[in-house]
Write a protein that binds this ligand. Structure first.
Ligand SMILES: *[C@@H]1O[C@H](CO)[C@@H](O)[C@H](O)[C@H]1NC(C)=O
Length: 385
């Protein structure tokens, strides 16, 4: 049966022959190696890096915000501001600006007037230099074709007149109460890989908690309501300074979720000033409020607003036990362990000082073992069974 003989190798198993060595140094080396690998596997791979879990760091997040608080202000339109007056935009998105100071230009009407002398490229000495219908670059209106000698030779414009007053923000005008305004952040997150979702608003006692709590790093670290003054202080700036010229603040919400542990999925809040300088850079924007007076004339109040701009950024990871990385990590540690015995063999054969003695004794033991346990000799040619 020639084909049967050829297939016999399929049903053969070759074993490795082990040689036991009574050598303190090598034995110790091997044990140290094994301990190191075990320590690496348990300490570093499993405890430190959670090698038994899979990770999902694509966080799906939705943020809603709400600001509360009222303030007395000194403005032409009203002397009381609520969130509907000082929050921009009003919808409650993940970025918002809260007005803390402003310069207003009241009672503007559409008509002809002189352009602000600070606007560049608007100088003239005769009417021909002011092209009718041309817009003033970085200016406030359209040229009427008249050169106003009385205003240091600038082109007259058609626009909302008088034009904006450009001056430095006034500390006396700062909305002081803004320090006590509160910012409520609702953050809903989802890790689709684990089909897990949660939010930063605690589920138990929700109504009661939201009425009373105020975020504090140590006392109430999970309260989603923040006092503006506290946020600014945490960035290392003074509220009064930032309120004067405005500034940008990043609110970072970090989620580190271990889904193997119950309820270990909570947000961590931190606040950063969004420019890499110690001084306040400032943040401002402009808007206008329109009205019609008794005579039917359209009027507007123009504001240059300084405020605190918040950008709420959400990031994080979720982890959960999974058998595959566990097996892979254990297997790779076992492979390293096997490498240990090779290293010990090499040390034994080539590095140890009295290497000839060792090699000899090793060979001796090998022949001795051969006598004690007769090993099956591999057949050299085909043998009939
Ligand atoms: C903020 O609130 C505290 C306590 O309610 C009060 O003492 C303080 O005067 C308030 N600050 C401003 C600027 O209104």
């Amino acid at each position: 049966m020639a084909w049967q003989n050829r297939l016999r190798f399929l049903f053969e198993y070759t074993t490795v022959k082990y040689v036991g060595m009574q050598n303190m140094k090598i034995g110790l080396l091997y044990r140290i190696f094994q301990l190191t690998i075990m320590g690496y596997l348990i300490g570093w791979v499993f405890l430190k890096n959670k090698g038994y879990q899979v990770k999902d760091d694509t966080i799906e997040s939705s943020v809603l915000t709400k600001v509360k608080g009222v303030a007395r202000v000194n403005s032409t339109d009203s002397d009381l501001w609520g969130p509907e007056d000082y929050v921009f935009p009003n919808q409650g998105e993940n970025f918002l600006s809260i007005a803390t100071n402003f310069i207003e230009t009241p009672n503007q009407t559409l008509g002809n007037c002189s352009e602000n002398p600070e606007v560049p490229n608007n100088k003239c000495s005769k009417d021909e230099e002011c092209t009718v219908g041309e817009a003033v670059r970085a200016g406030n209106g359209i040229k009427t074709g008249i050169c106003l000698e009385t205003h240091n030779g600038t082109c007259e414009i058609y626009g909302w007149c008088p034009t904006e007053q450009r001056r430095d923000p006034d500390p006396a005008n700062v909305v002081r109460e803004a320090e006590n305004f509160t910012l409520y952040i609702r953050n809903f997150i989802r890790f689709s890989q684990f089909n897990f979702s949660t939010s930063n608003v605690p589920k138990v006692n929700r109504k009661l908690l939201l009425k009373n709590c105020l975020y504090d790093e140590t006392v109430h670290p999970y309260c989603p309501i923040f006092r503006l003054g506290d946020i600014v202080n945490q960035t290392g700036h003074k509220f009064e300074e930032m309120a004067l010229r405005g500034g940008s603040i990043g609110v970072l919400i970090e989620w580190r979720c271990d889904l193997d542990k119950d309820s270990d999925c909570r947000p961590h809040y931190s606040f950063v000033y969004l420019y890499n300088t110690s001084e306040t850079v400032g943040f401002n924007f402009r808007f206008a409020r329109y009205s019609t007076d008794a005579a039917g004339q359209r009027r507007r109040t123009f504001y240059n607003v300084f405020g605190i701009h918040f950008d709420i950024m959400v990031f994080g990871t979720a982890r959960k036990f999974c058998i595959i990385p566990t097996i892979v990590n254990i297997a790779s540690a076992l492979t390293l362990m096997a490498a240990g015995s090779y290293i010990c063999d090499i040390v034994l054969l080539f590095v140890m000082k009295k290497r000839s003695v060792h090699t000899e004794s090793m060979l001796e033991r090998m022949t001795m073992n051969d006598k004690e346990i007769p090993l099956k000799i591999m057949p050299e040619g085909p043998v009939e069974m």
